[in-house]
Design a protein around this ligand. Structure first.
Ligand SMILES: Cc1ncc(C[n+]2csc(CCOP(=O)(O)OP(=O)(O)O)c2C)c(N)n1
Ligand code: SF4
Ligand SMILES: [Mg+2]
Length: 294
C-alpha cells in the first residue's frame, strides 16, 4: 500500500489564485504530497505559474524556477546534471507543465530529456488548451472542441503524448486522472523512483475553459475515463498496459453534454466523435475491448 509521509503535506499554500474548481490545484497538492520537500520544481508559463507566486511571495515550500514556455525540460536537465555532479541523487527534479508547453512549444526539450534519459519527472497537466492566455486551441485540444481560436470546433485530432513518449522508449510513462487519486499517487511514486526520465500525463479539467459548473470537476474527470475519452494506462520496461477497462463504455454524450465547449455539436458530429473515441479506445485496449452502453 502507498504510504505518504505526513511531513510532506502542505507544500502548497492556501489561497492560490487558480479559478474555483480548478483541477490543477488538486494535482499540485497531491503530487507534492508524494514527492515531499526534497524536490525542485520547474514551471513554464501557464496557469501553474500561479504556484510560483507573485513578486517576492511564492505558494510553494520547495525551491524552483519559472522557465520559458519552450524549455522547461532543458532547465530541469541542467538542474539534474548539477545535482548529479554534486553527488545528490535524492532530490527529485520535477517539471509541471501545461499541454501547450508540452505537446507544442516545449516538445523538443521534452524529447531531449527522454533521449538522454535524464532523471527528471515530467508532469503534464492537460487542461486541453492554452488556458492562461485566453483558451486558445493546443495540440492537445480534442477534436471538435470549441476554443477562442476554433470557435466552430477544432478540426484536427489531438496529439498522442503517451505514444510520443513510447516512441522514445521512455523508462516510465503513465496517464492519470484526478478522480482516482490513489492511482495517480501510485504512479507519481513509481516515476520518482525511476532511474531515468519519466512522464505522467494528467487530465486537468478546467471549469473556465471547458464551460462547466466548478463543483463538477471530479465528476467530469470520472466521466472522461468512463466514456473512454481519457484512458488510464502505463508504459514500463517496454510494456504497455491499460489500467482500467470498463466492461461497457458510457456514451460520450454523458461527458460532453456537461461542457459548453461541445454544446455546438450536431448529432452527426457527436456520432463521428463517438466513433473516433471508440476506435481509439479499442486500438489501445485491443479490439472489442468493450461495448457502448445504449
Ligand atoms: C514562446 C512563447 N509563446 C507564447 C507565450 C505566451 N504564453 C504564456 S502562458 C501560455 C499558455 C500556455 O498553455 P499551457 O501550457 O497549455 O498551460 P495553461 O495556460 O493551459 O495552464 C502562453 C501561450 C510564451 N510565454 N512563450
Ligand atoms: S483557467 Fe482553467 S486551468 Fe487555469 S486556473 Fe482557471 S480553471 Fe485552472
Ligand atoms: Mg493548457
Amino acid at each position: 500500500m502507498l504510504k505518504i509521509k505526513h511531513q510532506s503535506k502542505g507544500i502548497v499554500s492556501h489561497g492560490i489564485s487558480t479559478c474555483a474548481g480548478c483541477a490543477l490545484e488538486l494535482i499540485m497538492r497531491k503530487v507534492t504530497e508524494v514527492l515531499g520537500e526534497n524536490t525542485i520544481v520547474i514551471i513554464p508559463p501557464g496557469c501553474a505559474a500561479s504556484f510560483a507566486g507573485v513578486g517576492n511571495k511564492t505558494a510553494l515550500k520547495v525551491p524552483g524556477f519559472l522557465s520559458n514556455l519552450e524549455n522547461a525540460a532543458a532547465f530541469a536537465a541542467g538542474i539534474r546534471a548539477t545535482l548529479d555532479i554534486k553527488g545528490n541523487k535524492e532530490t527529485t527534479v520535477l517539471v509541471l507543465a501545461g499541454d501547450g508547453a508540452t505537446v507544442d512549444i516545449g516538445l523538443q526539450a521534452l524529447s531531449g530529456i527522454i533521449e538522454r534519459n535524464d532523471r527528471v519527472l515530467y508532469i503534464c497537466y492537460d487542461n486541453e488548451a492554452y488556458m492562461n492566455t485566453g483558451i486558445q486551441r493546443s495540440g492537445s485540444t480534442p477534436l471538435y472542441a470549441s476554443t477562442t481560436t476554433t470557435p466552430a470546433g477544432k478540426s484536427r485530432n489531438r496529439k498522442d503524448l503517451m505514444q510520443i513518449a513510447i516512441a522514445h522508449n521512455i523508462p516510465y510513462a503513465a496517464t492519470a486522472s484526478i478522480h482516482n487519486i490513489k492511482d495517480l499517487q501510485r504512479k507519481v511514486k513509481k516515476a520518482m523512483n525511476t532511474n531515468g526520465a519519466s512522464l505522467i500525463h494528467i487530465q486537468s479539467p478546467c471549469p473556465t475553459g471547458w464551460g462547466y459548473d466548478p463543483s463538477k470537476t471530479i465528476q467530469i474527470a470520472r466521466l472522461a475515463v468512463q466514456t473512454g475519452c481519457w484512458i488510464l494506462c502505463e508504459y514500463e520496461n517496454g510494456k504497455f498496459k491499460v489500467n482500467y477497462k470498463p466492461k461497457r463504455l458510457k456514451p460520450l454524450e454523458e461527458y460532453i453534454k456537461m461542457q459548453n465547449r461541445f454544446k455546438h455539436l450536431s448529432s452527426q458530429r457527436i456520432k463521428k466523435l463517438q466513433k473516433q473515441v471508440t476506435e481509439y479506445f479499442e486500438r489501445k485496449c485491443g479490439e472489442n475491448a468493450c461495448h457502448i452502453e445504449s
